[in-house]
Design a protein around this ligand. Structure first.
Ligand code: HEM
Length: 533
């Protein structure tokens, strides 16, 4: 790996043809016409061996909050600075699209919100946002606890069987796989009222969902997009399988959409939001979107929306729970503190929307897990027009010219572990979110202050002015953030209510891999024991 800082003159871009042509040439020769931006030069071998986001952290420490990563003629801009991240995500959000991410996801999600072009996105975001209203979230908390209960009952049965067969009171489980099943069941019921039942069984649809996720991950980590070559879908076995997995899921979703449309009851949005959710047979997002008056959507768009939420809401939440047990098992005193809170608030009962407000420590655990293991660790953008970046927190100079078509990584991982914004940035300290702190005087960055977001149940990007981005920020911020946070809170509380959890091996033996999310290469194998109270 060769890393170096360059300090060449910035190219002027006044928009005339000659300047643009000369910029393009410089761009090609220097791995991107990004002027005086510090440069980390990567070797192709950097792309293998360890996840890219970890290498980006080392380069961040060396080159600062805005640098160019050059691989031969190809250059990416890497942003680990809150002021610049805020500019890209919020202040100038519509000067960017999802670039390479959209290219990877479009064959799976079509025109769903994540890869959608701006025109489609504006229409669909406006239509889908009202579906995540308070009554819906309240109803979903019941779904979260019913599904978590099934996972708990299954584990309790395994423990009983083990005690009978061998007299031992401990079982070993890959909790990553368990959480993945749990999150799939929850997202199926809440988004389209479909019971995958994956905590307790296998089915062709479940296999197809996993196959599709696996392919999305393959595509996001494979550097040559051979799947765009049309015959690949017939010749390459994994691409053939991908096509057949997609067909299975699409047929399933099409059937559900057809069914929802046949039983449509067109209603105004406000009325839909005031329905008696405690008695609704089908409280799903699909029901809401189909019943909503005044929005005509074709089946294809609906299917894309559902598929997007299925993928976006499944692996991410499963990863939060997985890293929660990883971090907690290394901090038994924090498990005790969490369990004391659970006992005081829930006793033996299940969490409710109301009781969740009192599970403060569990909520802080969830956000602290997202700080240390953000899902995804990198946000991806591409400039739609030439852009000028603002200056950064550590004197990174303003005015870097970024040509149209430049690929950008916003490293949420770097921001979340930046020593400039967080005390002991690599330590697991849920309590840190309770500290109050005034602006630290950095020009253009408001500092860390939880009181800046009054009434919010969970700390968000506003409290640290874009140094904390667990769900992104600006108009394309995650639409399911509160849903996911509540889901994680309920599942974690119910697990710790019943069990003590330890890692099976050492923390160092857990190997990280990352596709869209960070996960454990060989699963998160844990020892589960009935809680000793
Ligand atoms: C977008 C994270 C759960 C649906 C995003 C983004 C992040 C994120 C960081 C912004 C991406 C970007 O700016 O490029 C997470 C995490 C989750 C989670 C960490 C779980 C802990 C969910 C759930 C759903 C969902 C449960 C749906 C039920 C979406 C959608 C978008 C999105 C539709 C695209 C929003 C848009 O572009 O308008 N998510 N998400 N996510 N998420 Fe989530």
């Amino acid at each position: 790996i060769r890393c170096q800082s360059t300090d060449t003159k910035e190219p002027k871009t006044n928009g005339n043809l000659l300047d643009n042509a000369s910029n393009l040439l410089t761009n090609f020769l220097s791995g991107g016409s990004l002027g005086s931006m510090p440069t980390a030069e990567g070797a192709v071998s950097d792309l293998f061996g360890k996840p890219l986001f970890l290498s980006l952290y080392d380069w961040f420490m060396e080159h600062g909050g805005v640098f160019k990563l050059a691989f031969g003629p190809k250059a990416f801009v890497v942003i680990s600075d809150p002021i610049v991240a805020r500019h890209v995500l919020r202040e100038n959000a519509f000067s960017y699209d999802k670039g390479v991410l959209a290219e990877i996801l479009e064959p799976i999600m079509g025109k769903g919100l994540i890869p959608a072009d701006l025109d489609t996105w504006k229409l669909r975001r406006r239509a889908i946002t009202p579906a995540f209203h308070t009554m819906y979230l309240e109803a979903m908390v019941k779904v979260f606890s019913a599904c978590s209960e099934k996972m708990i009952l299954k584990s309790e049965k395994l423990l009983r069987d083990k005690e009978v067969s061998s007299g031992e009171d401990v079982i070993e489980l890959d909790l990553e796989a368990e959480f993945s099943s749990l999150a799939l069941d929850i997202i199926g019921l809440s988004v389209f009222n479909y019971d995958f039942g994956s905590v307790t069984k296998e089915s062709p649809v479940i296999k197809a969902v996993y196959g599709t996720l696996y392919e999305a991950e393959h595509r996001s980590t494979f550097y040559f997009p051979y799947w765009n070559f049309p015959p690949a879908r017939w010749i390459v076995p994994r691409q053939r399988k991908f096509q057949s997995d997609l067909k299975i899921i699409n047929d399933c979703l099409d059937g559900l959409i057809q069914n929802a449309k046949e039983t449509r009851e067109e209603t105004d949005v406000e009325k839909l939001q005031q329905r008696d959710y405690s008695n609704l047979k089908d409280a799903s997002l699909l029901r809401f979107l189909v019943d909503m008056r005044g929005v005509d959507i074709d089946d294809r768009q609906l299917r894309d929306d559902l598929m997007t939420m299925l993928i976006a809401g499944h692996e991410t939440t499963a990863a939060v729970l997985t890293w929660a047990v990883y971090l907690l098992s290394q901090n038994p005193e924090k498990i005790r503190k969490a369990q004391a809170e659970i006992d005081a608030v829930l006793g033996e009962g299940a969490p409710t929307y109301e009781s969740m407000k009192k599970l403060e420590y569990i909520r802080l655990i969830v956000v602290e897990v997202l700080r240390l293991y953000p899902q995804p660790p990198l946000l991806i953008r591409r400039t739609l027009k030439p852009e000028t970046l603002p200056g950064g927190y550590k004197g990174e100079k303003s005015g870097h010219q970024v040509p149209k078509g430049t690929d950008i990584f916003i490293s949420v991982y770097n921001l979340h572990r930046s020593p400039y914004f967080w005390d002991n940035p690599h330590d697991f300290e849920p309590e840190r979110f309770l500290r109050t702190k005034e602006s630290n005087g950095i020009e253009g960055w408001a500092g860390f202050d939880p009181s800046r977001s009054p009434g919010a149940l969970y700390p968000n990007e506003i409290i640290a002015d874009f140094a904390f981005l667990p769900f992104g920020g600006g108009p394309r911020k995650c639409i399911g953030d509160q849903f996911a946070l509540m889901e994680s809170t309920v599942a974690l509380a119910m697990l710790l209510q019943k069990f003590d959890v330890e890692l099976r091996g050492s923390p160092e033996s857990v190997e990280l891999v990352s596709g869209a999310t960070i996960h454990a290469k060989n699963g998160m194998w844990c020892k589960l024991k009935k809680r000793s109270k």
